[in-house]
Design a protein around this ligand. Structure first.
Ligand code: NAG
Ligand code: NAG
Ligand code: NAG
Ligand code: NAG
Ligand code: NAG
Ligand code: NAG
Length: 372
């Protein structure tokens, strides 16, 4: 539940209806990358669906313009968008020139044939393929590999085993949630200097499959690999990274250098992994920019050292049996105190009585310390 609390205290708005917005507004919204993961979760939690991009049912779109695939609708007042979603399509229609936004979600598409994008190779900006049954081997050469201008690729809830990444230096957002990915070709993201967010939740990726992939991508702020098969953090994460979510993996250890190379990391989630005290080097989480650290559902016996700047620390359901105040404040004084607001310790072997008397000075900002 704590996530809901945190989410709803974050200022954000759900996307407004698409046709009433100009492309410029839409693109400027996409420039607040931190809202992407927050929004994803919000939408998943509250609406229970995956349309976290602008979307309006085709029935409300009005008349179609002339330059449109017969199976689809291209609104006269938004003629660069082609809506082909939710109509039992088994194939991707040939996309006419002029189309920049293509919606194909919620169909029964199993393959993408060569040539369907030939008239929009440089122009297509958004490609939405969520909720289909596309397998990696049925994506023909001469389709996605020709899209050089794509900004957003949404390819969640399909049957991909190997990621197919378009060769677009303009790609800024990629979502391939809920596939069966085990492989991402090395070098897939090379030179994608504008890539800000990648989401591979619910796949079968290992640490090896991610090693080095994101190197030097200096716009990348958010990586979500929740529900995969990582055993440690991948190498070569870019120094721009602010959000790293890897809940529900098999992570057994963190290396002492891992977070030092991520000076901007603010949100780190490693819940439901296999971390123990011995597998966490001293001070590894004591990094100044970290605001939220989730280590719940691991096997920790003590509170790891964290920086005074940390605001949210989740340690519920571990095996913690003592309250080490020094892990949170090495020194306490008028200017030496923790910025911690929320601390969860429920599901451990510890009660309120274990809180040391001198903790009030250190934890003066804590509004919420939960023991059970
Ligand atoms: C694709 O472009 C060619 C050449 O401009 C044109 O003849 C053809 O009609 C276009 N096809 C579609 C589906 O727009
Ligand atoms: C895709 O995966 C779903 C669920 O696992 C399965 O029912 C379906 O048959 C698969 N489709 C293809 C084309 O592999
Ligand atoms: C990257 O983003 C910047 C700022 O939005 C833009 O000016 C630039 O053209 C983009 N680069 C590519 C390769 O799309
Ligand atoms: C965290 O690191 C700083 C130096 O960067 C150090 O002064 C401080 O004592 C450390 N905090 C804890 C709780 O170990
Ligand atoms: C924090 O406490 C240490 C040790 O007492 C002291 O050296 C340091 O100056 C203090 N820092 C601040 C900002 O008060
Ligand atoms: C829980 O803590 C109590 C007192 O601190 C201790 O006696 C007991 O052995 C601990 N239990 C476990 C399972 O660690």
């Amino acid at each position: 539940m704590y996530r809901d609390i945190w989410l709803f205290s974050t200022t954000l708005s759900l996307p407004a209806d698409l046709p009433s917005h100009t492309q410029r507004e839409r693109e400027s919204r996409a420039m607040f990358p931190l809202r992407i993961p927050i929004l994803t979760m919000l939408v998943c939690l509250t609406v229970g669906q995956y349309y976290d991009y602008d979307y309006e049912p085709a029935s409300q779109l009005g008349q179609s313009s002339a330059n449109c695939a017969p199976e689809c609708v291209c609104p006269i007042h938004f003629p660069t968008a082609m809506y082909c979603d939710s109509r039992n399509l088994k194939f991707v229609p040939t996309v006419p020139s002029g189309i920049k936004y293509l919606y194909l979600q919620n169909n029964q598409i199993k393959e993408i044939k060569a040539g369907v994008f030939d008239n929009v190779t440089a122009d297509l900006r958004w490609l939405v393929l969520d909720q289909n049954q596309i397998t990696s081997d049925k994506i023909a050469k001469g389709s996605i590999d020709k899209l050089t201008g794509l900004n957003k690729l949404f390819f969640s809830q399909n049957n991909l085993t190997e990621a197919v990444i378009p060769p677009s230096k303009s790609l800024d957002e990629l979502k391939m949630m809920q596939n069966q990915l085990t492989k991402i070709p090395k070098g897939s993201f090379n030179g994608m200097k504008n890539l800000t967010s990648v989401d591979f939740q619910h796949n079968k990726l290992t640490t090896e499959s991610l090693n080095g992939l994101f190197k030097n991508l200096n716009s990348l702020v958010s990586i979500d690999v929740t529900h995969n098969k990582l055993k440690k953090l991948p190498s070569g994460l870019p120094s721009s990274l602010e959000v790293f979510y890897a809940d529900h993996n098999e992570i057994t250890s963190i290396a002492s250098g891992d977070l030092k190379e991520l000076p901007k990391l603010a949100y780190l989630r490693l819940a439901y992994n296999k971390l123990t005290d011995a597998s966490i080097p001293a001070g590894v989480f004591n990094v100044t920019n970290l605001m939220e650290l989730d280590l719940s559902y691991n096997k920790l016996k003590s509170i790891p050292e964290v920086n005074e700047q940390l605001e949210h620390l989740y340690l519920q359901v571990n095996q913690i049996n003592k309250f080490d105040l020094a892990s949170i404040c090495k020194f306490s004084g008028p200017l030496n105190y923790s910025r911690l607001k929320h601390l969860r310790l429920d599901g451990n072997n510890i009660t309120h009585a274990d809180l040391p008397d001198e903790s009030s000075s250190c934890l003066r900002q804590a509004s919420d310390i939960i023991f059970d």
